[in-house]
Write a protein that binds this ligand. Structure first.
Ligand SMILES: Nc1ncnc2c1ncn2[C@@H]1O[C@H](COP(=O)(O)OP(=O)(O)OP(=O)(O)O)[C@@H](O)[C@H]1O
Length: 232
């Protein structure tokens, strides 16, 4: 299988604080991977390095065979942990930005997902609840035909019923040639969609396996395994 993400000897520190320790990770095409770890374990830092937002690190990071930069950014669709549009904008303005910025943006698909979430073109971002903003971001990010979709806590701000709708939307709109990497600590809610999981603990990868093998080997859910690994 094609290697989509190749990380080798990745180290990152903020000042004197080392937050990623010699991380090696390979991700193949066509998977939905959970990057799972408690608060402060280094998930967001890893994602920001892969998307090119953080540049001062040591090690090799390649996406689709390219070093992180303009070329790799073109194949990555990123949902950050905070909204990236401004409050004064309307939905239509944001759609226009996506249309201009990303040649792979499928607006028809985006509007179909927005309809499902009851998001209207004329809505102002300011008037949206946190959950609706999250849903709108998800619609945008899932509507790019990018090889790699990276999501940082996509269900952090929504209630349990809305979480189900969001997960179903991810599954329905996921194309098997894409890979989705999702960082979260809400494991019980989301584990049903993962094909693989990576546990990160204090900047070290402590587990990297496919979910089927893991469940067969241990007879446990990912949530149970996570609780055991990260017990206080
Ligand atoms: N800009 C920064 N300056 C200094 N320290 C930082 C900065 N960003 C993150 N850190 C620290 O790096 C460590 C890893 O943070 P990171 O946000 O990557 O973790 P995380 O696993 O995504 O956490 P969470 O689940 O809470 O979002 C934490 O100890 C955090 O305090």
């Amino acid at each position: 299988m094609e290697k989509l993400i190749e990380i080798c000897g990745l180290n990152k520190s903020y000042g004197k604080k080392q937050v990623l320790n010699n991380v090696d990770l390979t991700v193949e095409n066509g998977q939905i991977i959970g990057l799972l770890g408690p608060n402060g374990s280094g998930k967001t830092t890893m994602l920001k390095i892969m998307t090119g937002l953080l540049k001062d690190y040591q090690g090799v990071v390649k996406i689709d065979g390219k070093s992180v930069g303009a070329e790799s950014k073109a194949v990555v669709s990123y949902l950050p942990d905070e909204p990236y549009f401004s409050d004064w904008m309307k939905v239509n303005d944001v759609l226009g930005i996506f249309r201009d910025m990303y040649h792979d943006f499928d607006e028809t698909k985006c509007k179909r997902i927005m309809d499902k979430f009851k998001i209207d073109n004329k809505m102002r971002i300011k008037s949206m609840s946190k959950g609706t903003k999250e849903k709108f971001q998800l619609a945008l990010v899932m509507s790019r035909k990018a090889k790699l979709i990276i999501m940082d806590e996509p269900i952090g701000g929504v209630d349990p019923a809305a979480r189900e709708v969001i997960l179903d939307t991810i599954l329905e709109n996921y194309d098997e040639n894409q890979t989705i990497l999702i960082a979260t600590h809400l494991i019980a809610d989301i584990e049903r969609i993962f094909s693989n999981v990576v546990f990160i603990k204090e900047g070290n990868i402590v587990l990297d396996k496919d979910v089927e093998t893991l469940r067969q080997e241990t007879g446990k859910s990912i949530d149970e395994l996570f609780r055991e690994e990260f017990k206080y």
